[in-house]
Design a protein around this ligand. Structure first.
Ligand code: SF4
Length: 439
């Protein structure tokens, strides 16, 4: 199953629909409501419809769903026994026309969807002992993903939509899709925090040595690991440009300067400025970054005897270390908190009291905190306080997964909720974060 395709699926838009009917060969079925969605699969635009109806199944009337892909009914869902509480439907995972047995590994595309054994959720003779997804009936993002994964596995996206049956139009607009969310705030917060921590674990175990993957360039990564002043430079540069560009800059700067000696850098502001500004520019801020770097080199020479590693090598506490970083011109709360997390997590530097570590307030994390409702306000202190309350064991541990999810899925505009690792727990409060811009 690991070799199964894991296509990039993105939900682009969706709208609620009123009642409609569908002509099966055996008769007409009426759907009380539904949603029409547009998604992309590896960039190919696909139209999806998800309808909610009711019919007899497993011994009694049950809520059910059908999900169409380009007018082709591909996926059916049936009410689970705990529907009154969960509002969830079950749908078998089928890579071929056969079911997957409970000991099978679900295809990788199902990693972000909850997978159960159907017979555990419908305790009636005849319920199959097979793997199924368990999704809220109105989790349109989840149903879209499930249907499209089946469409890809069954090779049903090749034929043209015109060859398929056309879905009937609907007369009126139905209710907006309810979001998947637990009953109250504390339950919601706990579910989101757990999902963030689970994603962080998954991300960590997927990494290969060396653990600190700052950039795609292995030589640049090694330089950051072996040269402490390069690491400090990466922290200084990580602002206003992509992280990859910021963290690759020290390696490229060494090539341009011919050295990376803080003593020489401290005395050569003009040379540093010229090296950074030379095309292609190493940073957007060609005035600020040379100044920050030269001042940092001077501080390393005077306060740390020329050894940037001495900033963190004496087993400091997280808050002491954060203050040491903030003493450098060009490093504020965000970059200081990030540096502490990276040093402990990726470089294995011993740091005491990591429960004092903090999130780094930045544009990606802010979008995720607002859309998941972990935070009510787009305010740095509020978000830091929330992270401390929600995960007092180590608030900073929420930083990397939020940042990665914000950068990869929870993007500005239309987020990719269908593929997002938080999709099952996130209330998807997308409008709340619409004003977030770079600080
Ligand atoms: S975190 Fe963002 S992308 Fe992920 S489900 Fe929530 S709103 Fe969608």
């Amino acid at each position: 199953m690991e070799n199964m395709p894991n296509p990039k699926i993105q939900l682009v838009e969706m709208k609620a629909l009123g009642p409609f009917s569908w002509h099966w060969p055996e008769g007409i079925e009426r759907f009380e409501r539904g949603w029409a969605a547009v998604a992309t699969v590896e960039g190919q635009e696909v139209h999806v419809r998800h309808g909610i109806g009711r019919r007899d199944a497993y011994g009694r009337p049950r809520v059910r769903s059908v999900t169409w892909v380009e007018g082709d009914p591909l996926v059916e869902g049936v009410e689970s026994d705990d529907f009154d509480r969960s509002e969830a439907l079950l749908s078998l995972i089928k890579v071929t026309k056969h079911h997957l047995k409970p000991d099978a590994t679900p295809p990788p595309g199902y990693l972000s969807l909850p997978v159960v054994v159907m017979a555990d959720e419908i305790r009636t003779p005849g319920a199959p002992q097979s793997l199924a997804v368990k999704l809220r009936h109105d989790d349109v993002a989840g149903w879209t993903r499930h249907a499209l994964l089946r469409a890809v596995a069954w090779d049903r996206l090749r034929s043209q939509p015109t060859e398929r049956e056309v879905l009937p139009p609907v007369s009126d607009v139905g209710p907006a899709p309810a979001n998947v969310q637990p009953q109250d705030d504390s339950e919601l917060h706990a579910a989101v925090v757990n999902a963030l921590l689970a994603y962080a674990e998954q991300h960590k175990s997927a990494q290969v040595e060396p653990t600190a993957e700052f950039t795609q360039d292995q030589e640049a990564n090694e330089f950051l690991l072996e040269n402490d002043f390069a690491f400090l430079t990466g922290v200084l540069f990580d602002q206003g440009v992509s992280a990859e560009r910021a963290w690759r800059a020290p390696f490229l700067l060494r090539q341009r300067l011919g050295h990376f000696d803080p003593e020489r850098i401290a005395q050569d502001e003009a040379g540093v400025r010229e090296a950074i500004a030379q095309p292609p520019k190493l940073h957007r801020y060609i005035e600020k970054t040379p100044r920050w770097l030269v001042l940092a080199a001077r501080r390393v020479m005077t306060e740390y005897a020329g050894d940037a590693g001495a900033i963190w090598s004496d087993h400091p506490s997280a808050s002491e270390l954060q203050d040491r970083f903030k003493a450098f011109v060009g490093i504020g709360q965000k970059k200081a908190a990030m540096a502490v997390e990276i040093l402990e997590r990726d470089r294995g530097v011993p740091i005491r009291d990591m429960e004092r570590s903090d999130i780094a307030y930045d544009v990606h994390l802010r979008r995720v905190f607002l859309r998941t409702r972990l935070a009510d306000l787009d305010d740095r202190d509020h978000m830091i306080t929330r992270a401390r309350e929600l995960y007092p064991e180590r608030p900073g541990a929420l930083d990397l997964p939020s940042w990665l999810i914000g950068r990869s899925w929870c993007r500005p505009g239309v987020p990719d909720c269908a593929s997002c690792p938080l999709t099952q727990v996130c209330p998807k409060d997308i409008e709340r974060a619409s004003q977030v811009v770079s600080a």
